[in-house]
Design a protein around this ligand. Sequence first.
Ligand SMILES: C[S@@+](CC[C@H](N)C(=O)[O-])C[C@H]1O[C@@H](n2cnc3c(N)ncnc32)[C@H](O)[C@@H]1O
Length: 211
Amino acid sequence: MATTKPLTPFPPQEKYRVLILGCGNSTFGHDMIQDGFGHITNVDFSSTVIEQMKTKYSGFSDFMNFVCVDVTKGLPFESKSFDLIICKGTFDALLTSAGSIANAKFVVSECSRVLANGHGVLFLVSYGNPDSRVVFLERDNDLSYYWQEVSIHTVSRRSAGSAKNDYVYVCSKRLEDVPFLKGPQASSCQTMDRETSTTEMPLMNSTARVE
Ligand SMILES: C[S@@+](CC[C@H](N)C(=O)[O-])C[C@H]1O[C@@H](n2cnc3c(N)ncnc32)[C@H](O)[C@@H]1O
């Protein structure tokens, strides 16, 4: 895809509205607050994790909230209400459970829906290479349906002594409104944690820019 500039300006960093999908017990959100980012909404479908994180970061409630959400049932947020979505490892987890292809496509549609048009960015960190992941960012084989630009960055896992790579998919939402996928109603959270594994998806073609 051609490189384009944001069509609407990003707010200043301290005003970013950030959504972290599948926050787990990661310090990522708190680290972002320390780095001066704005408000962070953290979601996960594990009620245990959400309660632990609420307790751990109770002193940061002005900056962060934690909500129990199964993202495959929809994101319980207004359209265009976030500037940045971070999904680190969660997409990979989604792709290991029943109904994974439809779920993954619906989650991408929901991410696009809740991002601000023209500058909202989905920052997807995955072990899945572009052949196995870009297909989920598309709609009807069209990567530009939701996104004005998708750039893909390869991150070597050298520090872990592994030959494998991770990939960062930076997806900038397009300016125009498009119809989004309809899914089940937003859910309550899981009372028991689901198990996840690390199954790789089949290879597919893509047209995204890989750097
Ligand atoms: C691999 S962990 C990544 C956690 C965190 N993002 C990190 O980087 O350390 C995946 C997380 O996604 C959550 N998760 C998996 N499926 C989910 C779903 N359907 N809805 C919400 N969260 C989900 C899991 O509970 C888990 O915390």
